[in-house]
Design a binder for this molecule. Structure first.
Ligand SMILES: Nc1nc2c(ncn2[C@@H]2O[C@H](COP(=O)(O)OP(=O)(O)O)[C@@H](O)[C@H]2O)c(=O)[nH]1
Ligand SMILES: [Mg+2]
Length: 992
């Protein structure tokens, strides 16, 4: 069948495309990127336009306009009109036009002076490397723009299927079969099988099929332009190169039967240009689709027909169709007629019903990977078939096939992190905090701990590199740059896929379990732990390498290994290269709440060297409750690639480097921006785990301490939790003498869209400021610092200037909602402000360079490690209540001790006053019994006191209920201690 259509695509080609292509490239000033392609890094570099409202003036500006707007998720990215043209021609003023007399004239030069958006898109894609292409398509998908599926053949012999370019896209939806259980699906777009419906045009047609498609796919009440059509800005400009482009878009249901157009996902493709000139694309469409809709005004051949009857006399066409009907198995419903009197809404409804009909007839389903198979058969090239991409894929697959059960893989294969690392990090902190010193002398205790630490490092060092890690190291260390990039991407996609599948299973189990068990906390906590242990990403592999490196360093330091035998010594250099290429690097391992200091230091030092010691940087961090859009915010602001997902259960902090353009470094006063994203703060799944507060507070204190600017993300519903965290941070700052730095603090309130937000929330802002001041004061009181402190003494914060109200991310109801323009614009405002701020600040403060930053990390980390008490509480109210009880408890304890000491010395006197003959053999056991009674009596008194205290109605008691057990345990310990004390004393006295 395909062979039928395969007859000479090029013979119909009306224009000389390669020539138009070259013309367009030179018009857009893109020629230089034809061989050395444009990279994501080139686009992300921070230049002067980051601080201005920038409108394209010349054609050469348009590609940059498109890329920058798109990275910022701006819905106007596809616009190709140039700004301020009127001012350029001297005839721009109204008077001049009237004087010239040609107020009414046909201005048709305009069209030739502009650019069709699809021409622009094709040109940019053809000049971008495959990673930028991927980024472009991912962002386009978030904006709900139709994506290019087949790029026309311009600099290649055949057209190209954009498979790799779509690899990164993940969609979430709820099919109606899951509506009741409120479940959802989340899958890579490439792997999702669904029916595909193609739309093509035969001959010329005055009616826009792209507009029809927009109407069909748009949710009611909310029109969206998935496809560019002729009535849109510059949509009427004749296309120079984009004919033959096949675009694709999707419909995904949200699980609301009244709102959804279709119950299941469906893909829609749209061939640009006349089918007759693009037989190859057309035959591709017929093979992959469940149905092909042919839009035409007059007929020659083929399938579904949308007949736009313009001339009022379609008799001839109809006659032809009637002849064709039996041959093509056409039936009446397969002819949709639209004439000048047809109501558009009704007609759209008809098309929708037709699609519904197709979908309910169990049509052919295929996914994009399946389409690629067809494409190859038809001789269409697939972008993923590049040699580098394939070999990298093979290398990644060799690692991935080993992973069957994630939790098991992590336990058995990534052995250095898991329990070993957790133990290590505990020992390291205990070395600073000395909580369980007990009776041991300080120096001895420290020695023990150091020995233990070294022992754990030795254990780590003795672990062999497993096969997977060897392959991983060779992947990131030995492959040429492009292949390495592919390799890491493949690793990410595969690991994400595995993690998603695993999580889904676990969530189902979780749902069942919580239904069955009601609230068996034990079982649910187990599942929580399991969920957090089943996420696996490239960062875990990198973390493992970091630990290998740390272990090696510490063994070498102890002199147990020769300096020359260090197989891991080259790892920091590899990691530094990755950072330079824009990959995120783990700074704080949130699972064990640990900074691998040696590793981080050496990676950054290597980086400093690679940058020829020009590494002044400004540090921007973002902090906020899990899943409140922090990563989305950073990705929109800086075009970064921090992991975005609702289902992730990792935590920690990741850093990423963005270069400042050479000609802007002077202005901004720095060479780089270091962006730190935090994950897992106040995450539900982690909340029940032991030490959760401690980890959260340590993380927050560290990242705020490290940053020049902290963006605090306050989603309305999580404001309280965020304040809890801030309180503890304030405490920690007050305690840590070393904090000489005052980070700037920006509050971002997401999901606030009203124009009056800033004014109306004036009271809220005042209130927030009062609260912040209040908690700073309270903290100072608790820390026994009597000087008057305000929040602004600790952080650089101005309630009026440093609060941002940002509308919600989506315009409408996901999954079909595009990104809200308001979101994009507000984020852009914030970004501009931040750069202005950095500029101004650079006048009176020199930013740190890497060596200074490394020192800073070290001293801050040390301070946090020494800080124990305050970091373990949810907030300072809890800490204060705990403090109160502790004070009471020490009174009771003191009383208990006093009583026992008195009793002992009383008995000692009695014993000493008697001669040894008089002392009966049974005296000791009698004394012991008496001691027991006394001890139990006193212990009971403490317990009663505790009981009374908890019933006394002192404020905030409920906050410390969970510590009650600790105090009871303390009382028991105390009793035991005093028991052995009194017995020893009595025995001693009798012996003498
Ligand atoms: N409805 C809505 N969803 C958002 C918003 N911002 C982010 N999301 C979604 O929330 C999820 C989590 O976002 P992410 O940036 O990973 O949050 P993070 O955990 O704070 O980094 C993603 O699926 C986002 O698409 C928003 O303003 N409104
Ligand atoms: Mg995140």
């Amino acid at each position: 069948m395909p062979a039928l259509w395969d007859t000479g695509g090029s013979q119909f080609c009306p224009q000389n495309k390669p020539q138009s292509f070259q013309g367009l490239l030179s018009k857009l000033n893109l020629q230089e990127y034809q061989s050395t392609k444009l990279r994501l890094r080139d686009v992300l570099e921070i230049g002067s336009e980051s601080t201005e409202n920038w409108t394209p003036q010349m054609f050469g500006d348009l590609p940059w306009h498109f890329l920058r707007k798109l990275i910022a998720l701006n819905g106007t990215a596809r616009n190709t009109s140039l700004g301020h043209r009127a001012c350029d021609d001297e005839g721009g003023s109204e008077d001049a036009q009237i004087a010239g007399g040609d107020v009414f004239s046909f201005n048709d030069t305009d069209i030739r002076e502009s650019l069709h958006p699809l021409d622009g898109l094709c040109a940019i894609l053809l000049c971008s490397d495959s990673f930028l292409q991927q980024e472009i398509l991912s962002k386009m998908s978030m904006c709900q723009f139709a994506l290019p599926l087949l790029l026309p053949a311009l600099n290649t012999p055949k057209c190209t299927l954009m498979l790799w370019a779509m690899r990164d896209i993940v969609r979430k939806w709820r099919p109606h079969s899951l509506a009741e259980s409120r479940g959802f699906r989340e899958e890579s777009l490439l792997l999702t099988s669904m029916p595909t419906i193609s739309f093509v045009r035969l001959g010329s047609c005055s009616f826009s099929k792209s507009k029809l498609l927009n109407d069909v796919l748009s949710p009611s009440q909310q029109h969206h332009d998935f496809f560019i059509y002729r009535d849109m800005e510059s949509g009427n400009v004749p296309r120079e190169i984009a004919d033959g482009l096949v675009e694709i878009s999707w419909y995904f249901p949200g699980g609301r039967e009244n709102l959804d157009l279709f119950a299941e996902p469906v893909a829609v493709t749209n061939l640009r240009g006349d089918t007759e000139s693009h037989w190859l694309q057309f035959s591709f469409s017929t093979v992959v689709s469940s149905a092909v809709f042919i839009v035409t005004e007059s007929i020659t051949t083929k399938y579904y027909f949308i007949l736009n009857c313009k001339n009022g006399n379609p008799k001839e066409t109809l006659g032809f169709l009637n002849k064709l009907a039996p041959v093509l198995n056409l039936s009446k419903p397969q002819l949709l007629v639209k004439d000048s009197t047809t109501n558009n809404a009704e007609f759209v409804q008809k098309v929708k019903s037709a699609i519904k009909g197709i979908m309910s007839s169990s049509p052919k389903r295929t996914n994009l990977e399946g389409m690629a198979v067809t494409a190859r058969e038809l001789g269409i090239q697939v972008d993923e078939d590049r040699k580098e991409c394939q070999s990298a894929s093979k290398q990644a697959r060799e690692i991935i096939v080993e992973i069957k059960d994630v939790a098991k893989y992590k336990r058995d294969m990534l052995r250095l992190q898991g329990d070993l690392l957790e133990e290590l990090s505990k020992v390291e902190k205990e070395l600073c905090r000395m909580r369980r010193q007990g009776e041991t002398a300080t120096e001895d205790y420290k020695c023990q701990l150091r020995e233990k630490q070294l022992d754990l490092r030795r254990q780590q060092n003795q672990c062999d590199l497993i096969d997977g890690l060897i392959k991983f190291i060779s992947g990131i260390g030995q492959l040429p740059s492009i292949e390495k990039h592919y390799f890491l991407k493949w690793m990410k996609f595969s690991l994400d896929h595995i993690t998603r599948e695993n999580l889904f299973k676990l969530w189902d189990q979780y749902k069942e379990e919580s239904k069955m068990a009601g609230d068996d906390p034990q079982a649910l906590a187990m599942l929580d732990k399991l969920i957090s242990t089943t996420s696996l990403g490239v960062e875990h592999f990198m973390r493992e390498l970091g630990q290998f490196y740390e272990a090696e360093c510490s063994v070498v330091k102890e002199g147990n290994k020769a300096e020359c035998h260090r197989p891991f010594i080259h790892l920091p250099g590899i990691a530094a290269d990755l950072m330079l290429e824009g990959f995120p690097m783990e700074l704080i391992d949130g699972d064990s709440s640990n900074i691998p200091l040696q590793w981080v230091t050496d990676v950054l030092t290597k980086l400093h060297a690679k940058l020829e010691e020009r590494s002044r940087m400004v540090v921007i961090t973002v902090l906020g409750v899990q899943s409140t859009g922090k990563s989305t915010l950073l990705n929109t602001m800086f075009g970064m690639k921090f992991a975005v997902s609702s289902g992730r259960c990792t935590r920690g902090a990741f850093m990423m480097l963005i270069k400042v353009a050479e000609n802007f470094q002077q202005d901004l006063g720095c060479d780089f921006i270091l962006v730190i994203d935090t994950e897992g703060l106040k995450a539900q799944e982690l909340a029940k785990l032991e030490d959760s507060y401690q980890h959260d507070n340590e993380l927050a204190t560290l990242v705020i301490g490290l940053s020049d600017i902290t963006i605090v993300n306050m989603a309305m519903e999580n404001a309280t939790e965020m304040k809890d965290v801030l309180q503890i941070v304030v405490h920690a700052f007050l305690r840590m003498e070393e904090i000489g730095q005052k980070p700037n603090c920006q509050f971002v309130h997401q999901n606030v869209s009203d124009v009056s937000a800033h004014d109306q929330n004036m009271r809220d802002r005042k209130h927030l400021l009062e609260q912040l001041n209040e908690m700073t004061k309270a903290a100072a009181r608790m820390e026994k610092q009597c000087k008057k402190v305000k929040f602004s003494c600790i952080m650089d914060y101005d309630a009026e200037k440093h609060n941002w109200y940002i509308p919600g991310l989506w315009h409408g109801v996901p999954p079909m909602a595009p990104v809200n323009m308001g979101y994009s614009e507000s984020v852009c405002e914030l970004k501009k402000y931040l750069f202005d701020f950095i500029k101004k600040r650079s006048h009176n403060r020199d930013p740190k360079d890497i060596p200074q930053f490394v020192k800073w990390v070290e001293s801050l980390w040390n301070a946090v490690k020494h800080e124990n008490f305050i970091l373990s509480f949810r907030n300072s109210l809890v800490a204060e209540a705990y403090n109160q009880l502790s004070m009471k408890y020490s009174e009771w304890e003191w009383h208990f001790r006093k009583e026992i000491h008195l009793w002992v010395s009383e008995k000692e006197t009695v014993i000493q006053s008697q001669t040894s003959e008089k002392l009966q053999a049974s005296a000791l056991s009698m004394l012991k019994n008496e001691a027991q009674e006394k001890l139990q009596y006193e212990k009971q008194k403490v317990l009663d006191n505790l009981q009374d205290y908890f019933e006394s109605g002192v404020s905030n008691l409920h906050l410390i209920e969970k510590y009650r057990e600790d105090f009871i345990r303390s009382a028991t310990c105390l009793t035991n201690e005093l028991e052995s004390y009194s017995e020893n004393k009595c025995e001693e006295a009798i012996r003498i």
